[in-house]
Design a protein around this ligand. Structure first.
Ligand code: PLP
Length: 314
């Protein structure tokens, strides 16, 4: 038998795997664009996680495009730490009319059931959108997500010092049909040191986790510290005893920019059908860990949080 000659070229020439990046004004613009392409018919649904927020100023980044296109939708359940309820997702897919699955990598965290959820949806020929409005760096720097779905959505202003910017990322080298969205931010991603930003965010999260250790019984992080590949957008915690709104306002008054994503869920996510989502919405507080923050600022915020928790026990 003649042995096959083994060769290695000097440089790579194969194009795949590849991705294409289409700039948009924001993540919701990218979502709107892709959903238009999906051309869902009446009765065909998009499956959404049952944790989608709304505010009078910002509307709903996820639900507004769905409503604008008058799509039919259904929700799958998440647990109180935003983990995908696989039984609920399986049930929603088994109904047979779902065509698109939207997964959200909340706050940069990647659900342990991510791959299983994708594989379930693939088996039923659904298109898969990964909402990485909070998880662009977990994707670009950590490669923790963004590779299993068909497309990803980025929201640049949620992680970088920008006022706007979105991206529709296709997991193929082929550009999408039609005109791309407004391109003002197309080069912005590469003007930032994403690896350095990711490292600062991870460092800040680690530091804050240490400080939260002293608040057991009052504060419970939704998850353990980020995996090495994950880059947090914020650090979400559940307040176990204190009045969340009072703590939120107290910290902001003191100059610490905390948010509550989401304090108000969209109306179709009914409290009776999704009690876990509503319980979390009442208790969640997102602590900042962004790249501008220094460890001593986190120390001061943690001290203020501790004081506010004691003053606002309910
Ligand atoms: C999970 C999630 N997806 C999408 C969006 C929409 O982001 P953008 O403000 O870039 O449209 C938001 C925020 O509104 C969000 O929190």
């Amino acid at each position: 038998m003649i042995a096959k000659k083994v060769v290695i070229s000097k440089a790579a020439t194969r194009q795949a795997p590849g991705r294409s990046f289409e700039p948009h004004r924001n993540a919701r613009g990218a979502l709107l664009r892709y959903l238009r392409e999906c051309r869902l018919k009446r009765g065909e649904t998009i499956l959404l996680p049952a944790y989608v927020g709304w505010s009078p100023r910002e509307g709903s980044g996820i639900f507004d495009p769905v409503r604008e296109l008058e799509l039919d939708y259904a929700f799958y359940r998440l647990d109180e730490s935003l983990g995908i309820d696989m039984g609920s997702l399986r049930g929603a897919i088994a109904r047979g009319n779902a065509r698109v699955l939207l997964l959200v990598h909340y706050f940069g965290h990647v659900d342990p059931a991510y791959a299983e959820a994708v594989s379930l949806a693939r088996g039923a020929c659904l298109r898969i959108i990964e909402d990485e409005a909070h998880a662009m760096l977990s994707d670009l720097v950590g490669a923790a997500c963004g590779r299993l779905g068909d497309v990803c959505l980025y929201s640049l202003h949620k992680l970088l010092p920008m006022n706007s910017g979105g991206m529709l990322v296709r997991n193929t080298l082929e550009a999408g049909p039609g005109q791309p969205g407004p391109g003002e931010n197309s080069g912005a991603l590469w003007r930032h040191d994403l690896a350095a930003i990711a490292a600062s965010r991870r460092r800040n999260a680690q530091h804050l986790y240490g400080l939260l250790d002293g608040m057991e019984g009052d504060v419970e992080p939704l998850w353990g510290p980020p995996a090495e590949s994950e880059v947090p957008q914020t650090l979400p915690v559940r307040l176990l005893r204190a009045n969340r709104d009072a703590v939120y306002h107290g910290l902001n008054r003191a100059g610490f920019g905390v948010v509550s994503l989401y304090h108000t869920l969209i109306e179709p996510i009914a409290p009776t059908a999704f009690p876990d989502s509503h319980r979390l919405a009442r208790r969640i507080l997102n602590l900042p860990v962004h790249q501008d923050i220094l460890p001593e600022q986190l120390d001061a915020m943690a001290a203020c949080l501790k004081k506010s928790l004691a003053e606002n026990r309910s």
